[in-house]
Design a protein around this ligand. Sequence first.
Ligand code: FAD
Length: 419
Amino acid sequence: MRITVIGAGIVGVCCALELVRDGHQVTLVDPGPPGGRQAASYGHGCWISPASVVPMSMPGLWKQVPGYLLNPRGPLVIRWRFLARLLPWLLRFLRAGSTVQRVERTARALAVLLADSPARHQALAAEAGVPDLIRQDGLLYAYPDRSAFEAEATAWHLRRITGLRWQELDRAALEAREPDLAPHYRFGILAVDGGHCTDAGAYVAALAAAAQAGGATLMTAAATGFVFSGDRLVAVTTDAGRVDCDRAVLAGGVWSAALARHCGDGVPLESERGYHSVLATPAAGPRYPVMPSDGRMANTPTTAGLRLSGQVELASVTAAPDWRRADILTGHAVTTYPGLAAAGGPVADDRWMGHRPSTPDGLPVIGCSARSKDVVYAFGHGHVGFASGPKTGRLVADLLAGVAEDAVLAPYMAARFRR
Ligand SMILES: Cc1cc2nc3c(=O)[nH]c(=O)nc-3n(C[C@H](O)[C@H](O)[C@H](O)COP(=O)(O)OP(=O)(O)OC[C@H]3O[C@@H](n4cnc5c(N)ncnc54)[C@H](O)[C@@H]3O)c2cc1C
């Protein structure tokens, strides 16, 4: 089949690779370069974490919302100006996490996408000739003490029931693994199977190049709509002309919602804006990825230096970045690695803001559009899109081959948002 894949972020390139593998004629359409700064897939925390089954909306979160509106230095902020427009999404978001039963369902659906994500990324990286970009050294959660860990009982319950393997680390073990870690971290959890990427942009570019080497065509253009004949897809329209095709995969990250509307689906998709700052030559820092519980951020060693990423800012896709949020990440790094305070403290060598494409229930949209089975969705991966890209690509290829199991895809269908 001739298949147009819209979007060359991690999800789009993984779909393209799997479709090429299945023998299809693939055109990958993106106005930007694969792995470019415009995409969430460029700037994320680089974690490939089977532990990321915990949705953002958890029981009791609603009590913290007033604080999020008022505390400009917290890990989650809602910009007042956008509150009225965000309200319907926020209410659905809070409802999705209102009971343990609901978040257990979400965690189990996320686990399908995440459980073997490090192995899938390693296989793709080897295939694309960049095996060094994916490492599997484990992922460390650092806590002040055991009681801080126990305060997150529901989150670790979700990880336990979805099969995560972990080890507990005492202060001595923490120090042996991460000598620069501040002494106030006295307890750690090591998710032993976790992996990370050392250059997210280069990795996406390498996967896109591998898809091209397999026969895919890369087109620099923005998709603008679809042409149907009855319920069959005939073409994808772009700002650089029409691409005739039999099927399309919509993998345009946060920008997918407008195109999904052309296909009869009003998916509630918002940007959970996130930030990173990079310290190119830090005076101190982690040897392996660390998530300090008091910072709620990922500290990841990359080829460009120490990438500090996190923050959730609810505003809009087009609002200007608030670089103070990247500076909060830089500031917190000194709390985690006191050695960074040397020589006047760290100054970020690079700062970035990007858009997590987020549905209110914390699950992506994978499945057929309302208008036609020929348009398949693959967007809305929120906080876990990097890790879950490879499995999503496989599911999409299976769906287009007619071999996907309905029960596996059921939690991700766009139909859950249809009235
Ligand atoms: C700060 C931060 C930290 C994160 N940390 C992690 C992490 O550690 N692990 C993890 O798994 N996930 C993480 N995420 C989430 C992850 O980055 C995203 O879920 C994932 O990158 C989404 O990939 P995507 O391909 O769907 O979208 P994107 O990467 O945004 O790609 C979408 C692509 O579509 C293109 N596009 C837009 N409009 C059109 C159009 N009209 N036609 C064609 N193409 C179009 C864009 O140019 C872009 O290249 C993080 C996100 C952020 C912001």
